[in-house]
Design a protein around this ligand. Structure first.
Ligand code: ADP
Ligand code: MG
Ligand code: MG
Length: 206
């Protein structure tokens, strides 16, 4: 059967393919009140992460080594705020999985929590600031609160979707979007939107 590191690499490649196809949509969202580069950043960052993961897998790297390399590559290639945040998120997920582990239900919830913690530690956003945290935080809460493991994934995804949707009614306060924050009213946050896209892809695979 497949190693965890190989599954992570396949997942990153699927995310990169998805985000390549969403580049224009995410760029248009970011152009409403930001600088319009979220699509290109997510595309370039995820592509670099997937390439690096594939190289590290060929060198027999475990999941942690692979994800921290992929995270650094994402951050470097994407530039921008979200690139740094996604880099930190991947590295934190790797820290939970370790280089030897097989991956289990517990691993998913701990990985989600560690990813959120890393984003909050680096970016300082809280729910309501109109960022990716508005989708990620409720997803983590819903995953942990699910009554049965089989429901956790779908509950988390639904919560992320509702969270991203809720950002339409908010004015951006952090990052590049801030100077033109008022213009963002009525448009969902680009980073929350792309986070939901990634979770949808992952939920279809695990
Ligand atoms: P930049 O803002 O540097 O151009 P991107 O356009 O790629 O970077 O990413 C913008 C997204 O990053 C926002 O839509 C938001 O979701 C997210 N973001 C910005 N600042 C923060 C922050 N401090 N904490 C969490 N997420 C943030
Ligand atoms: Mg931008
Ligand atoms: Mg930018």
């Amino acid at each position: 059967s497949q190693t965890l590191a190989a599954a992570v690499t396949d997942g990153l490649e699927a995310i990169a393919a998805l985000l390549a196809s969403k580049e224009a949509e995410l760029g248009d969202l970011d152009a409403v009140a930001g600088d319009g580069d979220h699509g290109i950043g997510m595309h370039k960052g995820s592509a670099a992460a997937a390439r690096t993961a594939r190289e590290l897998l060929a060198q027999q790297a475990g999941a942690q080594t692979l994800l921290s390399g992929a995270g650094a590559a994402w951050s470097d290639a994407a530039g921008g705020t979200s690139g740094a945040l996604w880099g930190a998120l991947l590295t934190a997920v790797g820290g939970v999985l370790g280089d030897q582990a097989k991956g289990d239900d517990q691993a998913v919830s701990r990985a989600l929590q560690a990813g959120l913690d890393a984003v909050v530690r680096l970016g300082g956003a809280t729910v309501g600031d109109k960022t990716m945290v508005d989708a990620l935080a409720p997803a983590v809460d819903a995953y942990l609160a699910a009554s049965e493991p089989a429901k956790a994934k779908l509950d988390a995804l639904a919560a992320a979707q509702r969270g991203a949707e809720s950002t339409k009614d908010l004015v951006a306060k952090l990052g590049r979007a801030r100077p033109l924050g008022e213009r963002s009213l009525g448009t969902p946050d680009p980073g929350a939107t792309s986070l939901v896209m990634v979770l949808e892809e992952l939920a279809s695979r695990i």
